[in-house]
Design a protein around this ligand. Structure first.
Ligand code: ZN
Length: 360
């Protein structure tokens, strides 16, 4: 890590503090030699003051640290290109060098809109932009993405995923777990048969799988299978479909994302094994709510005040649930192995953002 990157990381830490308090996340540090002598983050909203930009906060603290206004030996690191006010403060405090991360195409005064440092104002600081640019931009775009979602109340669009066959395929992992239990009873299940149980509750699945066994025995076996499977999946995960994380990340900036499934432990195993909880706003399982899939779709919409949603699934059970919930169905053909059969279909998970772009 270069010296500039090191101090830009410190500025990024400051930016995150601003984001946590609901401010536009911009952070800055003033460095003198090898010491940070001033830090600041945007506090415009909390202080109700247009002057409270990160750079001014950091410069203010630096002046106090050295007991004077001349910062000729100092450098300013800031995550976003300074505005005219802050660039003016840099000139006035004689800061020798400015390093920024992301460009500000709307009000950047270090080259984007204007370049105050090149004017004959008696002091021309050196300037370097684009240090850790991607990270600095991501902090801002994440913030504005979340803000967009939370301010468009009543107009928010949600995407509700049926976990199996849309985001991951857990069959290959689950079948050995099930068979480790079933062999005690002289039974066995194939991957194909297991796949057909998707979307059913344990009781429904038990009745389908072991019609000749008593209800109690069938359910007891199913519970054991399920418990073993959850343990296995929490640890090892399933097979995510290509581009799953990138697609969820992209979609989460624009839509609220929900997940539905038959059992609670199963959804949590997915979150735990793949670290994807951060992209989802809410989830519901039939087991926990005691509701059907279609009722859970309505429940998630109600408790998040959603008027418009799409349900992404891969089975006939999913399609019917979607129809009963009154929500358009998007058919994930890659999860069923069957070709596109419906108007709203995707052959790859990564096609979803473009499909939605054309619909919303
Ligand atoms: Zn500023």
């Amino acid at each position: 890590m270069s010296r500039d990157e090191k101090y830009m990381r410190s500025a990024l830490e400051q930016a995150k503090k601003a984001g946590q308090t609901g401010e536009v996340p911009v952070g800055a540090v003033v460095v003198c030699g090898d010491n940070i002598i001033g830090t600041g983050f945007n506090k415009r909203e909390s202080h109700k003051n247009a002057l409270c930009h990160a750079e001014l906060e950091a410069i203010n603290e630096a002046c106090k640290s050295i007991g004077g206004w001349r910062l000729g030996q100092c450098e300013l690191y800031v995550t976003l290109e300074p505005c005219p006010m802050c660039a003016g403060a840099v000139i006035n405090s004689r800061i020798k060098r400015v390093v920024y991360g992301a460009c500000d195409r709307l009000s950047g005064a270090c080259g984007s809109v204007t370049d105050l440092f090149s004017l004959p104002c008696g002091h021309n600081p050196e300037c370097r932009g684009g240090v850790l640019e991607n990270e600095c931009s991501a902090v801002l775009s994440d913030f504005f993405g979340k803000l967009r979602k939370s301010t468009e109340t009543g107009q928010k669009t949600a995407l509700i995923f049926a976990l199996d066959g849309t985001l991951w395929d857990s069959t290959a992992q689950a079948v050995p777990a099930w068979n480790s239990v079933l062999k005690e009873y002289g039974l066995e299940i194939s991957a194909e048969k297991k796949r057909k149980l998707t979307g059913y509750t344990l009781t429904e699945a038990a009745a389908k799988l072991f019609p000749s066994l008593s209800d109690d025995t069938a359910e007891e076996i199913m519970k054991k299978c399920h418990k073993t499977e959850i343990g296995f999946l929490s640890k090892n995960g399933g097979i995510l479909y290509p581009e799953a994380e990138n697609t969820l990340k992209e979609l989460s900036k624009k839509y609220m994302l929900f997940l539905v499934g038959s059992s609670t432990g199963y959804l949590e195993a997915f979150f735990t094994a793949h670290g994807l909880r951060q992209y989802f706003d809410d989830y519901a399982s039939n087991e926990k709510t005691g509701l059907t899939t279609q009722e859970n779709i309505r429940l998630l919409m109600r408790r998040n005040k959603i008027r418009r949603a799409f349900f992404v699934g891969n089975s006939e059970h999913d399609r019917v649930s979607s129809e009963c919930a009154g929500v358009p169905f998007i058919y994930a053909s890659y999860g069923s192995g069957k070709p596109k059969a419906l108007r709203l279909s995707i052959d790859r998970l990564s096609e979803l953002p473009v499909l939605l772009e054309n619909l919303t």
